[in-house]
Design a binder for this molecule. Structure first.
Ligand code: TEU
Ligand code: CA
Length: 573
């Protein structure tokens, strides 16, 4: 058996640069802001930073629309400053992973500008062009869509756009300003692999690959009438070719993680099986789809904890003997994990007359419970910026406070279809991507210490109590301090990194319990997902009654078999 890879005991921290820290007062976070806060990352103890895109971009989707892969957007800094940042991170023992967005480019990328010149352009076939289709009118008489197929863009509207003066449509699974590259074309693959090699030669430590399963499309579907995008079987060939041409033979500790909406456990075994030479791990979406209906992410339904346990546990078991899990509860596309799965104290009925949340009762407890549950699973945990101090959803009350393209397009579309504006705003307060994109709260002072200017997205007013400075002064109830201990545990304990996972009490509605075991020992993790006391007799069963507390989120010892509100205990037998 080969030695486990280094990233089995690593923790990754995600930086969403425009919201992390602003160093020049223009209200947008930048490389200088990251450089100014490297102590924060080092003290937290993370091994790797994943940086959301900083390449040159018109910023239609905050950098996920790239117009030059080999330059830094002036909003964020320069290539020289990037090199400095990379060197400073390496000096502190922190690796840097870049976001690789190669399912699509910006429509302002030179490749697309060239392709758009017409069917004879040498770059035409670098993108996906198709003729329109005549279809019979719909039953109610409205004219049928004329696009090549009925795929919808993730950001509302058809996934096809016909440029003025063109006879054909180009495919964009996301915004019209994000045309999909044609991976069937070997020249596209050459260009992408060259670019990846260029970054690795510069010293970066790997890639988080944006919607990487979308690069392969089922070709017949491009003309059919299916409404949803389907992943094509060529995906494994593409990833293996990428591995051969980019990663093979490099003598460095690299890490790759593929973001894959819709990926199943069986797919993931193939993508991450060590012998298959594709990826180290994937981001799956099953557990973040449990609190919305099948129709859309904006169809909010209440989460049943049993579904979450069942889902994560299936992934644990499915990737136990082949492949590897990445572990996350939040990122820049998801609501804040504390507001979604815990008790953020910010619910409307917790608000005093001045509109300010005044019930912070279980914020520390539930933030640390969520962190413990996540970090004690088997896999590589990802910490999203701000989660380490228990940041919460944005709480925006008006549509003009939002900036996200997905949010704004969806709101406009739904409003046009006649839905009530207040209802839409309520859904967005829970679901919008901007919930996780408000500036990191560093201090209780003006603009939370994020900027000297006006931030691009409003700072959460709760920064007067929730911020790095205040959190770190709280001793036993510092969320940061608790994360630091959790991260250290993964470094120190092979049981935490690699132990076998087994779920307990699958049908319990509020108790999340599991064990981790290896030849040398066993751990019990037991968490109370509720604001009431919970009888947990399992804490006294078998070896656990005599076990020792490895980590827990209450400073004082409680009754042996009762978990207090949002309490979690990790017991070592
Ligand atoms: O996200 C892909 C994705 O599938 C979704 O999470 C998406 O953000 C959206 O919420 C669908 O409803 C990746 C990036 O993480 C995201 O920020 C980009 O907008 C997207 O790809 C396009 O590059
Ligand atoms: Ca700036």
């Amino acid at each position: 058996i080969p030695a486990p890879a280094w990233w089995t005991k690593a923790v990754v921290y995600q930086i969403y640069p425009r919201s992390f820290a602003d160093s020049n007062g223009d209200g947008i976070g930048d490389l200088g802001g990251i450089r100014a806060h490297l102590d924060h990352l080092q003290q937290l103890g993370v091994d790797v930073v994943w940086l959301s895109p900083i390449y040159r971009s018109p910023q239609a989707d905050n950098g996920y629309d790239i117009s030059d892969y080999q330059d830094i957007d002036p909003l964020f800094g320069t290539l020289d400053e990037f090199d400095l940042l990379l060197a400073e991170m390496h000096e502190r023992g922190i690796k840097l992973v870049m976001d690789l967005v190669v399912n699509h480019t910006s429509d302002e990328h030179a490749w697309f500008v060239e392709a758009k010149r017409g069917p004879d352009s040498p770059k035409r076939d670098w993108y996906v062009w198709r003729d329109g289709t005549a279809r019979p009118a719909l039953a109610d008489g409205t004219p049928a869509p004329v696009e090549p197929n009925l795929w919808r863009s993730a950001f509302s509207g058809p996934a096809w756009t016909k440029p003025a003066g063109d006879d054909q449509y180009y495919l964009h699974l996301f915004a019209a300003k994000q045309p999909d590259l044609n991976w069937e074309n070997p020249d596209v693959r050459d260009a992408v692999f060259d670019m990846m090699n260029w970054w690795l030669d510069r010293g970066v430590d790997g890639f988080r690959m944006d919607v990487i399963n979308h690069i392969a499309k089922i070709q017949q579907d491009l003309r059919g009438d299916s409404t949803g995008f389907q992943m094509g079987p060529q995906i494994h060939d593409y990833l293996q070719e990428m591995n051969r041409r980019v990663f093979a033979g490099r003598d460095a500790d690299l890490i790759t993680v593929g973001e894959m909406p819709g990926v199943t456990v069986d797919d993931a075994r193939l993508f991450t099986g060590v012998d298959r030479l594709e990826l180290d791990m994937v981001f799956q979406f099953e557990h973040v789809g449990l609190d919305h209906g099948p129709a859309s992410k904006f169809d909010n339904v209440e989460l049943d904890l049993r579904d979450l346990k069942r889902s994560l546990s299936r992934w644990q078991t499915g990737l136990a003997d082949q492949g590897w899990n990445s572990l996350y509860l939040g990122n820049h596309d998801q609501p804040r994990s504390l507001s979604r799965f815990g008790d953020d104290g910010q619910a409307d009925d917790d608000r005093a007359d001045d509109g300010q949340a005044d019930d912070d009762r279980y914020r520390y407890e539930s933030a640390t419970l969520l962190a413990t549950i996540l970090h004690l699973h088997r896999g590589t945990p990802y910490v999203y910026q701000g989660d380490e101090i228990g940041m919460t959803n944005a709480g925006f009350q008006r549509i003009d406070q939002y900036q996200d393209i997905e949010t704004l397009n969806w709101f406009a579309e739904q409003k046009a279809s006649g839905r009530d504006e207040a209802d839409l705003l309520e859904i967005l307060r829970f679901r919008s991507r901007d919930n996780a994109r408000t500036p990191v709260q560093w201090t209780p002072g003006a603009q939370a210490g994020f900027t000297e200017g006006t931030p691009w997205l409003e700072v959460n007013p709760n920064h007067d109590t929730i911020n790095v400075e205040t959190d770190r002064s709280r001793g036993d109830s510092s969320v940061f301090e608790y994360y630091r201990r959790l991260i250290a545990l993964r470094h120190e304990s092979p049981l935490v990194a690699l132990g076998e996972f087994a779920l307990l009490e699958p049908e319990h509605p509020t108790l999340y319990a599991f064990t981790r075991s290896d030849d040398d020992g066993r751990l019990l993790v037991a968490g109370n997902f509720s604001g009431s006391e919970l009888e947990a007799p399992l804490l006294l069963e078998g070896p656990w009654g005599a076990g020792s507390l490895l980590i827990g989120n209450y400073a004082e010892a409680g009754a042996a078999a009762v978990l207090r509100p949002w309490e979690v205990r990790v017991v070592l037998a």
